[in-house]
Design a protein around this ligand. Sequence first.
Ligand SMILES: NC(=O)N[C@H]1NC(=O)NC1=O
Length: 175
Amino acid sequence: MDIHAVNRMSYEEFLDVFGNIIEKCPLITAAVWSNHPFSSLNGIEERVYEFIDHLPPSGKEGILRCHPDLAGRELTSGSLTIESQQEQRQAGLTSLSTEERETLGLLNSQYKTKFGFPFVICAKMSDKYKIMEEMRSRLQNDPSQELLKGIEEVKKICHLRVQQLSNGVGLPTKL
Ligand SMILES: NC(=O)N[C@H]1NC(=O)NC1=O
């Protein structure tokens, strides 16, 4: 998909295609539409990042809270977005041993208790071993560091989702 095709889209089509580039935050896509026509797909990403960077800490925390736990309840119940399901599968999180699932569950809950938002990482750039290592290491951070780190990861996830769309893979937002 090239930028001319994007600029020919109606607002509704744009939202259908780009509505989940930030997990479960279509409001951000809707806000970014105000900047159309876009100069490039990169330009869309930049507007998204600008929007996020201007949010107060509570808004950034809200974005993190829209992300499902890794190997959590939504994965087990099949209610993940298709994007998140692909990402978690690619990182090996759909084929964990019982012990690995329990360890991840424990780390997820320790993280949420400490920071008040879920642990977020770009799963496609990682694997189950690195994810658990990162969780242990990031649990030592202070909350303001972790908010920045989580948002950095959200941007990486967004970048890969936009890349996938530009490669012509249009994704519905639900399974
Ligand atoms: N919690 C968390 O990191 N969730 C995610 N990461 C990712 O790559 N996709 C997600 O849904």
